[in-house]
Structures are given as structure tokens and as C-alpha cells.
Design a protein around this ligand. Sequence first.
Ligand code: IMP
Length: 428
Amino acid sequence: MPAVVIIGAQWGDEGKGKATDLLGSRIDYVVKFNGGNNAGHTVVVGDEKYALHLLPSGILTEGVVPVIANGVVIDIEVLFDEIDALNARGVDTSKLVVSANAHVITQYHRTLDKVTERFLGSRQIGTTGRGIGPSYADKINRVGIRIQDLFDENILRQKVEGALHSKNQLLVKLYNRRAITVDEIVDDLLSYAERLRPMVADTGLLLNQALDAGKTVVFEGGQATMLDVDHGTYPFVTSSNSTAGGASTGSGIGPGRIDRVIGIVKAYTTRVGAGPFPTELLDESGEWLRARGFEFGTTTGRPRRTGWYDAPVARYAARINGITDFVMTKLDVLTGLKEIPVCVAYEVDGERVEEIPVSQTDFHHAVPIYENFPGWSEDISGARVFEDLPKNAQDYVLAVEAISGSRISAIGVGPDREAIVARHDLLD
Ligand code: IMP
């Protein structure tokens, strides 16, 4: 029975929750395997709207076991704030399991994220400022703090001392900030230990056992393909592997166990933060997409950059992740356009290129080559099967599918959970 990976196929905020919703009651476990509270899903259930940053969206589905796996970086205060907010609205979070090997985000990571961004000046990445990059940097530098360290005060103190040794030099001498004391960090982390303890487990073991028992496990990627630290538009990326391979390293299941990889694409494109984005619209069409699609960051509230659908990006994502199915979201946002441009290739230095250029300098000045498709004006939010869509909307989806590298198995037509046109079973 399946291990299903769901990842963003563009620059994030594609609406991965829609795919999770589609799988609905067939899901037994939902696993977050990368990133931290830089993510943001907005999930609408009935009249209620939930904005989640750290918890996997599956936490809202009754009966599902939500898992925060080893590849995640956890800001524990945020974790408990989200749990408390959900509990206050009657959502049961008691099944949540947290990996003993996940790393923590502390105050010094948040501080360093903000000051280093400020010092980068015009070379800023535009991070979410949540301490994600510095926490992953500590993990790779082998000076990170893991969840399990909270249960051994001696070890915790030694590790925090080690981490702060050089960081305080940086904070005080380079960034003109106050030094952070070992005590304040240790006391803060220890204050969460007892509440955290019952949630902590060997999540790799748990997930392998679940798969052995024939359970359906969904691995929900944070961020997206083009923000992946290896395969994205480096350095304008996040600090984790947000592509499908990250589901394996980030959770402790073998790559051969993955049965389906579902890539989420918007019917257009958005990006938050700096970095190349060939189809970006800096005119009133971009404003129109932003207003119609309500494209403002769930985590930071920043207006998202907007542009037309980019098929070479979708093909790249299909390749890098081994996408078996796309779910296209927000098709309804395009309703009312006379013509819908789709980027089918780029022009680089006067030459037509079909795929993302190998050099990022070329990608920075790649000019999209568009094909225009006729739009539609009918309200499509009530469509549930493909034939319910107006002919032009069907043709748009079919044309995009033909050049995107995998089949489009479902289409989001509105913000409600049910507002989905299903074409193919995502588990088939
Ligand atoms: P960081 O993940 O906070 O280090 O930010 C690195 C880059 O990833 C910035 O451009 C962020 O705007 C972007 N980013 C991080 N999380 C998300 C997300 O959930 N959606 C879209 N962009 C994101």
C-alpha cells in the first residue's frame, strides 16, 4: 500500500492541502519531512479557515496520525502555540508524533536569520526570518540541537555552549547585538521538555512499520522544487530538500518505498522572496492575479510575485521529483481573462531553449516564449468532473498537460475543500 509524496512543483504556495484533501479518509499518516514554520498552508474546512505553519495539514483530518519527521527544524514555542490554537477550536492534536532527531530552532537562529539578511543588503534572499537557514546550517556544521537533547540537561548545556561560543562573537563583534547566554537558551528549551516527551518517538521506525502494515502514508513537502537547496534557484532557496528525495532522507524510509509523487502546480505562478522568475508580471496583469488569487504570504503577509504558467519549470519539477500526477490548483482565478498566456520555452541570447538553462545567469535573463489560449467567463467553482468545465477551460488544462511532463489528475476550482475536479485516482 502506498507511500505518497506531495510536493510543490513551482516556488511554493501551490496549495498542497488540496491534494491531501483529495486523498481524504484514505490517509493514515501525514508526515512533514522538511522545513519548519517558514511554510504556510491555509486550509478551509466548512466556514473555518486555518493557517498552519509548522503542523502538517493532515492534523485537521480525523483519524490521521500527523508526524513531524527528522528532516524538520522545530521552533518549539510555535509548535505549542499552533497546538493550543487548534485545541481551542476543538481540533484533536493528541495523535501528533515528533521525531527525536528533528533539530530545534532557538532564539539565536531567529536573531541570526534577521541580522545576516540585513547585512546582505541588495543580495538579500528574502527569507521568512524564522531561523530556518541558521538552524539547518548548525545541523550541517554538527553543532545543532536535536529534540532528544532536551531530555538530557548535561548534554543540552554542552551543546548550547558549543553553539553559542562562536555565535556570540559574531553577534557582538560583527552584528553589534547583545550576547545570548547559555542559561536563557537552556532554560527556555527545558521548559518545553516534559510537555514534549510523550509526543517524541523514533518516527523512522514508526513509518516503516506503518508501511509494512499496509497503511497509507502521505509525505507532505514544505516549500517547493524551485526552492530546494540542491535543485532550486540557489542561493534564492530555502535550506532544505523540498523535492521528493527529501521525503526519504527527511523521514527515514527507503527511496524504493515511494509509490506516488504528486506535484502541485498553480494554473499560474507565484514566488515570495528574491531570485529569478522568468514569467513574472510587473504590470497590471500581475496585480490582477495577485488580487484575484489573494496572493499574500500565509507566514509573512508579504505580497507574492505573480506570473503566467511556466511549462519548462513544470517539466523540470516532473523530472527532478519523478512526478506521477499533477494537481493543478486555482484554475478559477483565471476566469474572466480573454486570453491566457502560457510559457512554453525561453529565449536566451536570441536562441530558443526548451528547458531551464543550466547556468543561472542565463535563467536570470531568460525571456519567456508564450502561447496564448482563449479564456472563459463562466463561474467554474461548482465543477466536479472535467466535463463540467467550459470547453476553453478544458482545452487550457489539456494544452498545459501536454507540455508539463505528467498527467494532470485533479484541478482546484475554488477555495473550499470540495472545490476539486477529479480526473484520475491519485493512488492508481
Ligand atoms: P527561508 O526558508 O525562511 O530561509 O526563506 C528562503 C526562501 O524561501 C525565501 O525566498 C522565502 O520567501 C522562501 N520560502 C520559504 N518558505 C516558503 C513557503 O512556504 N512558500 C513560499 N516561499 C517560501
